[in-house]
Design a protein around this ligand. Structure first.
Ligand code: FE
Length: 173
């Protein structure tokens, strides 16, 4: 039997599929450049990480300062969250998402995200799939966001702050 070479540390030897898109690598994903935070509402910002228009979802960091509120909305699809800083809760649930918590939100959730007064800054990574529908307390839809509205918001903001509308392109797949 000839010795077979040890390939444990050998990289994959073939080209990637020609249609495959490039990876996204963001060092310092919590940015030092304040312009990267896109204003969303009073005391609420987000920064895009992956705006996946080909599959209809987005991954972003949500930042809330000083008792900001992310208004009531319904998720027809799942959401994943990981709390990086601070803590928050939903008006509709009795638990609190603390720093270091992972949260799964099942399709059908409707909630209002609140950051308590004593938390100076909250940052959470969220993956949001499909659409989020803003609703009144009885479920009547008052607006929506999807990956395309997110891309638009980012493009306009980055043009305004001098990063250029095309800055958003690096997050789009
Ligand atoms: Fe939500």
């Amino acid at each position: 039997m000839p010795d077979t070479p040890d390939t444990t540390q050998m990289p994959y030897q073939l080209p990637f599929p020609s249609d495959a898109l490039p990876e996204i690598v963001i060092s310092k994903a919590i940015p030092e450049d304040e312009r990267i935070w896109v204003p969303q509402a009073e005391n609420v910002w987000f920064r895009p990480l992956c705006l996946n228009r080909s599959q209809g979802y987005w991954v972003n960091l949500l930042r809330v300062r000083r008792s900001g509120v992310l208004s009531r909305h319904r998720h027809p699809q799942a959401v994943h969250g990981f709390v990086l800083r601070g803590r928050w809760h939903y008006l509709e649930h009795d638990w609190t998402a603390e720093e270091g918590s992972y949260v799964y939100e099942a399709p059908g959730e409707t909630h209002t995200l609140v950051v308590p007064e004593d938390v100076k800054e909250m940052i959470t990574l969220f993956q949001v799939n499909g659409v989020m529908c803003y609703v009144d307390p009885w479920g009547k839809v008052t607006g929506y966001e999807d990956v395309f509205t997110k891309i638009d918001m980012c493009g306009k903001h980055y043009a305004d702050v001098g990063l250029g509308m095309e800055f958003v392109d690096s997050f789009i797949r």
